[in-house]
Design a protein around this ligand. Structure first.
Ligand code: SER
Length: 342
């Protein structure tokens, strides 16, 4: 670890504290909290780190991963190589940087997890237990842990999937996320651990490539449209899935973490919706701006995974409890993707 020890912080949860001294009311401005992002070099981690650094100051946001990330991430603030499956190393980094909040973004996604079930289970669950136990021991104050639409399964109602419904996930990734949700709620109920979570839909972004997901086609399609003018989709043309543009996902993540504790009424994970579309609708959307674009369909093993997931999500509790509202539809997403990748 580099010897740039950051000042110790005694108050982690607020920037401002109001106190009264001999009847005089004072507002104390406190040092910002220090934050650790685990899995900072991944698709979500990279953009989340940059957003948190912009908000809280680079020196207060420590990025970590098992490998180095892109230049934007590496040059924007402190970074540690960290294997979060190892409790002792994680504890050491948390003590060293006086970490109050952890965003646990490391995970093996759905398609890769089907190939390496035990590795996926170990990574997805052990990192979560390590972070939950550090919070139980009061070594950190607050956790963000992402869940996924993969917690739902073939018996779940497909359209407008409600917050509380039949789940029964049929993928390794979904089983790990569903179990994780149960453990988050358990640690909140038993040990008062402030853990907050969102069930992300498929996330579409241009800054960092995704890795090993079933919804990755919705990113590859833009890259291929620009490089080859055509794309062969690994899902069938009518496979409708819930999706979201990354800016919305990052905004939701910051919003749920900033919400007053009393407003977070779901301690497993919140449904979150952006948009829903099929590969065919996406291709038509691209054709509207690139008329020569061509698409073919060659569904592979990922079709079964996609078929087990919902088509659209009802996110009423997230809207009601902490004011969630999505901003990006498919047209706006295509404009952002082609504009930034082109
Ligand atoms: N995007 C993820 C995947 O496809 C779902 O959470 O695995």
């Amino acid at each position: 670890m580099k010897k740039n020890k950051i000042l110790s912080i005694s108050e982690c949860t607020n920037f401002k504290k109001k106190v009264s001294l001999y009847g005089i009311h004072l507002t104390l401005f406190l040092m910002p909290k220090n934050i650790l992002i685990i899995g900072a070099c991944g698709q979500i981690g990279t953009e989340l780190t940059l957003a948190l650094r912009k908000k809280y100051g680079s020196e207060h946001v420590i990025a970590s991963d098992i490998r180095e990330g892109n230049d934007d991430l590496m040059q924007s603030g402190p970074f540690e190589i960290l294997d979060a499956t190892n409790y002792d190393t994680l504890e050491e980094v948390i003590a060293y940087y006086d970490i109050c909040e952890v965003y646990l973004m490391a995970a093996m996604l759905s398609a890769t997890a089907e190939k390496f079930p035990m590795r996926a289970w170990n990574l997805n669950m052990n990192t979560l237990f390590n972070v939950l136990n550090l919070a139980k021991e009061k070594k950190i104050n607050k956790i963000f842990w992402p869940s996924s639409i993969a917690v739902f399964g073939p018996n779940t109602p497909k359209e407008d999937t409600p917050q509380n419904t039949i789940m029964e996930p049929s993928t390794v990734y979904g089983i790990s996320k569903q179990s994780g949700e149960r453990w988050c709620e358990y640690y909140f109920n038993k040990f008062n651990v402030d853990v907050r979570s969102i069930r992300y839909p498929g996330l579409i972004s241009w800054k960092t490539m995704p890795g090993g997901g079933t919804t990755d086609y919705a990113i590859e399609i833009y890259h291929k449209a620009l490089s080859d003018g055509s794309y062969t989709c690994f899902l069938g043309e009518e496979t409708k899935l819930p999706m979201m543009f990354m800016d919305d996902a990052i905004r939701a993540t910051l919003q749920i973490m900033e919400a007053p504790e009393k407003d977070i009424k779901v301690r497993s994970s919140y449904n979150l919706a952006g948009m829903s579309f099929t590969p065919k609708e996406m291709a038509e959307n691209i054709k509207a701006v690139m008329p020569s674009f061509k698409i073919e369909y060659a569904p592979d093993f990922r079709q079964d995974i996609a078929d087990s997931w919902p088509s659209s999500i009802d996110d009423t509790p997230a809207k009601d409890d902490w004011g969630w509202k999505s901003e990006f539809n498919l047209e706006k997403t295509t404009e952002e993707m082609l504009g930034n990748l082109g």
